[in-house]
Design a protein around this ligand. Sequence first.
Ligand SMILES: NC(=O)C1=CN([C@@H]2O[C@H](COP(=O)(O)OP(=O)(O)OC[C@H]3O[C@@H](n4cnc5c(N)ncnc54)[C@H](O)[C@@H]3O)[C@@H](O)[C@H]2O)C=CC1
Ligand SMILES: O=c1[nH]c(=O)c2[nH+]cn([C@@H]3O[C@H](COP(=O)(O)O)[C@@H](O)[C@H]3O)c2[nH]1
Ligand SMILES: [K+]
Length: 506
Amino acid sequence: MASFDDSIADGYSAAQLFGQGSTYTYDDVIFLPGHIDFGAHEVDLTTNLTKKLRLSTPIVSSPMDTVTEAEMAITMAMMGGLGFLHYNMKLEEQVAQAQKVKRHVPGFVMTPTVLQSSNTIADFEALKASRGVSSVCITEDGRVGSRLVGIVTARDTDFVNDRLTQLGELMTRDVETLSDDVSAEKAMEALKSSKRKSLPVVDSNGNLVRLASRAVCLEEARMPRRGAASTGPDGRLLVGAAVGTRDDDRRRVDALVAATAVDAVILDSSQGDSTYQLDMLAYLKRAHPDLQVVCGNVVTSGQARRLIQGGADALRIGMGSGSICTTQEVCAVGRGQAAAVWQVSRLAASLGVPTIADGGVQNSGHIVKALALGASTVMCGSLFAGTSEAPGEYFVVDGVRVKQYRGMGSLEAMAKGSEARYHSDTQNLKIAQGVSGTVRDKGSIRKTVPFLMQAVRQGFQDLGSRSIPAAHAALAGGVMRVEARSTAAQAEGGIHDMHSFNKVRW
Ligand SMILES: NC(=O)C1=CN([C@@H]2O[C@H](COP(=O)(O)OP(=O)(O)OC[C@H]3O[C@@H](n4cnc5c(N)ncnc54)[C@H](O)[C@@H]3O)[C@@H](O)[C@H]2O)C=CC1
Ligand SMILES: O=c1[nH]c(=O)c2[nH+]cn([C@@H]3O[C@H](COP(=O)(O)O)[C@@H](O)[C@H]3O)c2[nH]1
Ligand SMILES: [K+]
């Protein structure tokens, strides 16, 4: 029997792989398995988004106008991740969106359907048809926040022939309510014992503040298990916002901070290593020392070092890797995302700064690779575009239900609001660095995120890493082994030689 030559190791360390002159992205790289001595359910995905912010789920949504507004940010935080609001909107709108996230109380309907006593049965029926509600709260001025005077359900209106009858004549005035310190659990118990479909929550002055709803509770109970919600010390959901590096953007952050509406800001740029960003960072650290500032984007250790020295609390990595990005094609600058994540995270880790792998994430395997290569979280645009929480309405193209998804550097997105960022000082020649199109209806992220995270846990189990820091240590110590995949190996790793198949992910 020939003796085994130990000097030929399995695979390579990351330093060996990435030090060879090629730039690699996620699909080029494959990890070799480690040893399993724990269950996938034991994998702990808790991580740092920034120096000070911790998340139970290592995934955040991108600040793009077809991805993250309040509804996405609320749901991301409830899943244990976080959403960054885009800034293709006026300062006041961005503050209002952030406040909406901050006011959200999980487990309740925050904007219940409301009418006034003077509205008619016809108004109620129009709302039933358009919003699918079965009851409405009646308040003094027809808005949430004013005094609750009654409630109307179909049972009150079914047998009344005159559709112009005012709701004030029919409504139930003696309404069973909950006080505004009620927890979601207590509200659920109250719904069970009262057998009602919903119970209004009122403040000490009797003003309507939100609604406890049986449908919301049942939906919560049906959704897959998820990480602990991302909340601050005051119990409110965590949220971030993107801003630019112009003078106006200083006022934008001042307003967001004055409204205590955000926990972190992203300085949103394709090339973060600029005096513009360093000046903005210096201003923010001076004016708002408690605010967490994410800088970027970067793909090299040199860019990263300058921003960390300037005080960055996290770095966002990726240039041209996004699904809608044309930066590498237009500007010839960028880097393969796996190489960028590894090199920037290596430098950032040595200085105690977490990193966000941004762009190019198409599946759970890419998330495992980004985290194992050194990132603390991943940022996704395409993966969350087309979900029910993404902004915009669904429409049908060639029989397929889709939503719009577009790059923030696409001509359309620039036309909407980001023009100021693209004007060169002397000319106004706009160059697109992104495209605009559609993506399929992907359902709710309340399902996608827990399933993705379960797949990531299984990936970590295969690697033999119980946590993100453990994977980082194994990579840095050369214990975690990697190889580049040839084109044939990539084809082999995908589905092949099938006549037909149905790819159901979960
Ligand atoms: N991650 C990626 O690969 C890419 C992302 N994008 C996204 O597109 C959007 C726009 O990105 P960018 O064009 O990089 O935005 P940007 O705002 O950083 O840059 C736009 C232009 O304004 C200039 N500029 C910025 N601050 C300035 C100041 N204070 N004074 C004078 N000039 C200033 C920049 O140098 C640049 O020429 C962002 O949402 C970004 O995330 C765009 C391209 C690539
Ligand atoms: O070159 C670009 N032109 C653009 O117009 C553009 N818009 C967004 N981004 C970046 O892409 C990321 C989202 O990428 P994914 O869809 O792959 O998740 C985002 O998080 C951004 O980093 C852009 N890059
Ligand atoms: K791209």
